[in-house]
Ligand binder design. Structure first.
Ligand SMILES: [Fe+2]
Length: 216
């Protein structure tokens, strides 16, 4: 009797402990699942009104296409409970295939500009929370102030106003991810910024999928 009662107390304690652990995990999970923010960096376009459609590889009035490997970046914008968020503005900006931004602050970069590359898009999620863009894989580049190279990445603004998320996304299996100073600084949460390689996209583009989870 005594033994079984003690056993029951132990079982209860273990149950209480695991319930407690489950609650802590449950409390941490939504926040932990949110897409982390990352610095904007200095190269957000100074003029976003030139051309902003979802095909960054072609500019109106130019016959040639942007240089580089064609990629299709697809995503969903979701709330913390996984519900799609329609009508969310998603801005994407990036370096060209040679690792240069079409921005006056990148003028010292010796990599060439690409006159056929749009470099920026303003998208809006559909009723299912989805967005997509056809672009080229950006090159990595040296950050002179740091004396270090950035791994290939895309820059994002998701949403508008005070609730806007500013972040970056990364390519899976990229060797330079290991040494990228922003990835290293972020640690474990950065895995939510690494896109998944997926099915080929439009025109045979390499496809990458990425879900963005916003609070609220
Ligand atoms: Fe960048």
């Amino acid at each position: 009797m005594h033994t079984s009662r003690r056993r029951a107390v132990l079982l209860l304690s273990a149950g209480a402990l695991s319930a407690c652990a489950a609650r802590v995990e449950g409390e941490e999970a939504p926040g932990a699942a949110l897409t982390p923010s990352e610095i904007e960096g200095p190269f957000f376009p100074s003029n976003t009104q030139i051309e902003r459609d979802a095909d960054l590889t072609r500019l109106a009035g130019r016959s040639e296409r942007a240089a580089g490997a064609l990629i299709e970046v697809r995503g969903r914008v979701l709330d913390a409970n996984g519900r799609p968020l329609p009508g969310v503005v998603v801005e994407l900006w990036q370096a060209n295939a040679a690792g240069r931004y079409a921005h006056e602050r990148d003028a010292a970069n010796t990599a060439p500009l690409d006159p056929n590359f749009q470099g920026y898009a303003a998208l809006r999620t559909g009723a299912d929370g989805r967005f997509s863009a056809l672009t080229i894989k950006p090159g990595g580049y040296l950050v002179p102030e740091m004396g270090q190279r950035r791994t290939p990445h895309l820059h994002w603004h998701v949403g508008q106003g005070g609730d806007r998320l500013t972040t970056q996304s990364y390519f899976p299996g990229e060797p330079a991810n290991e040494s990228d100073f922003l990835i290293r600084a972020m640690g474990d949460p950065v895995r939510r910024l690494i896109m998944a390689a997926g099915a080929a996209g439009a025109e045979g583009a390499a496809g990458f999928d990425w879900d963005i989870l916003l609070p609220g």
